[in-house]
Design a protein around this ligand. Structure first.
Ligand SMILES: C[S@@+](CC[C@H](N)C(=O)[O-])C[C@H]1O[C@@H](n2cnc3c(N)ncnc32)[C@H](O)[C@@H]1O
Length: 277
């Protein structure tokens, strides 16, 4: 494959090897889901976005708002995983394509589409986003949730731009820590991870950095960034009650509205990246 010749910029692995690692990790998870999940785990409510938990409501709600009405839109969900968003888009009248490097998670997503009665309207493609070969200008929207840190961001950004129709929009929500290098090094040092583990789902996973964001968004004609959660990081270490969470979010919203120099330490960013008409 073409990717084989390209050593990846985050270590010695080629892009193809990274994709294989990702696929292995998520295939394993998918096996567990297929064995353990009952029908209720698959069912979605058309009227309510499928937020995995309370932490996602603010940033994922905002990201979904960036798409506008779903009816009739042609949407690609990049790195669709177990298909919560993909199937929900289809249930709301969008024409959808989901791609992923893991065949296992796509089987889970297919089962979800079937149980929710939209299998006919969903296309599943087992290809990485960097080389997804649909014709140029195929989509009104490319959406991605918690996936961009897995990508070769340069190639992914260029391919997503190509896949969008003129006037189309790419929306990605992503966990971030844009702090200086010394803060990231401290965060991943054994002294800190001993007490506060650095949670990883796959072996070569790494945090989405400012440099990756710049490279990912480089092809687009306009880029808007919106930041979410400062004190909300507490949820990485301890589960807080719904009431406490609501208070934390209120303070965070105020901080992010009034103190822009806090953006680099926020927990999430939503990137809205447009292709000109
Ligand atoms: C953290 S999961 C997120 C899944 C889903 N977007 C969600 O919101 O639940 C990341 C997903 O990205 C997929 N993935 C990783 N690298 C990819 C790539 N280069 N192209 C497409 N999918 C990829 C993984 O297989 C996995 O299903």
């Amino acid at each position: 494959m073409l990717e084989h010749a390209h050593a990846h910029d985050h270590g010695q692995l080629t892009l193809e090897e990274r994709h294989e690692h990702e696929a292995e990790t998520y295939d394993e998870l998918a096996k567990l889901f297929l064995e353990q999940w009952g029908e209720e785990e698959y069912l979605l409510d058309r009227a309510t976005p499928p937020f995995p938990n309370k932490e996602h409501v603010s940033f994922l709600g905002y990201a979904l708002d960036q798409i506008g009405p779903l009816e009739g839109k042609r949407i690609l969900e990049a790195g669709t995983g177990t298909g919560n968003l993909l199937v929900w888009f289809a249930m709301n009248g969008a024409e959808v394509v989901g791609n992923d490097v893991s065949a296992g998670v796509m089987e889970v997503a297919r089962k979800r589409a079937s149980i929710n009665g939209v299998l006919e309207g969903v296309d599943f493609v087992h290809q990485p986003i960097e080389s997804l070969d649909h014709p140029a200008g195929s989509f009104d929207v490319v959406f991605g949730n918690v996936v961009a840190h897995h990508f070769d961001v340069g190639r992914a950004g260029r391919n997503i731009y190509r896949l969008l129709k003129p006037g189309g929009v790419a929306v990605f929500s992503e966990p971030v820590l844009f702090a200086p290098d010394w803060v990231s090094k401290l965060r991943t040092s054994s002294a800190v991870t001993r007490y506060f583990p650095d949670v990883k789902h796959s072996p070569d996973e790494r945090a989405f950095s400012r440099r990756m964001l710049t490279e990912f968004s480089e092809p687009f004609d306009s880029v808007d960034l919106r930041y979410f959660q400062i004190l909300g990081r507490v949820q990485n270490f301890a589960q807080v009650s719904d009431e406490t969470w609501a208070r934390i979010e209120k303070v965070d919203t105020w901080l992010l509205d009034h103190v822009p120099w806090l953006y680099p330490v926020s927990r999430w960013v939503v990137m809205t990246m447009r292709k000109a008409d």
